[in-house]
Design a protein. Structure first.
Length: 240
């Protein structure tokens, strides 16, 4: 059955503390809704703004593919494999928690906030060796089309250990358009700007559309342009 489910920015669950302003597209932490736990294989999509000098101290993860996409500012990453790096706009980053990893994510600036989207999908194989990968895709994004940023299915900038998932990002020029792929489950998130998705209507920053067996859909950016984050998944956690 075809699904076109629009979720507005303000419908998301919200966490706000002194150093963090976080909007959750799916159940996360203390926020739980049994009817909103995932879409396809996408478990987490958190839209986070971290205040200068703030961040997530060292904490553990296991058996999760975690992709972080920075919109503004710089995020500092450290983990128990010895990785120490920074992530800024245009850099694709993936951490595979595998058999177990500890990491921290801190705002690298003492004066400016960092705004990023963090996304989780489960791996297709449990207990793999933890790992980290990062690659600059700014050049590809400048072309304006959908860029395969992370995938275990197609050739992408970075590899995730999930053969049924692909993350696409597009920076759509004012009035420009992209075609959202056809897949059993597609999640379209407007990270910045605005536009309209065929069959779903107008969308603003923070809005999302959950598609299932909906075919290709064209997104047309507003006069200010837009940045889209699109997950294409070919299986569903409800039946795995």
């Amino acid at each position: 059955m075809t699904l076109v489910d629009v979720r507005t920015a303000q419908e998301r669950m919200h966490t706000q503390i002194d150093w963090l302003d976080s909007w959750h597209s799916f159940s996360f932490g203390a926020h739980y809704d049994p009817d909103n736990t995932h879409h396809g294989l996408l478990l987490v999509l958190n839209d986070d703004t971290v205040a200068p000098g703030g961040g997530f101290g060292t904490h553990p993860h296991r058996d999760m593919e975690i992709v972080t996409w920075v919109l503004e500012g710089t995020l500092e990453h450290r983990d128990s494999t010895g990785t120490h790096d920074t992530i800024s706009p245009g850099l694709a980053q993936r951490m595979s928690a595998g058999s177990g990893i500890r990491h921290s994510e801190m705002n690298a600036s003492r004066t400016e906030p960092v705004h990023f989207v963090q996304m989780w999908v489960p791996p297709d194989t449990a207990g793999i060796e933890p790992g980290y990968e990062q690659r600059d895709v700014a050049g590809e994004l400048a072309n304006g089309g959908l860029v395969p940023v992370a995938s275990g299915r197609v050739d992408a900038a970075i590899r995730i250990h999930q053969r049924d998932a692909t993350l696409w990002v597009a920076q759509v020029a004012p009035g420009g358009s992209v075609v959202v792929p056809d897949a059993p489950f597609v999640h379209v998130f407007v990270a910045r700007g605005a536009g309209a998705l065929e069959g779903a209507g107008g969308l603003a920053a923070g809005d999302a559309v959950r598609l299932a067996a909906a075919g290709e859909r064209r997104f047309i950016a507003s006069p200010d342009g837009a940045e889209l984050i699109v997950w294409e998944t070919w299986s569903d956690l409800s039946v795995t």
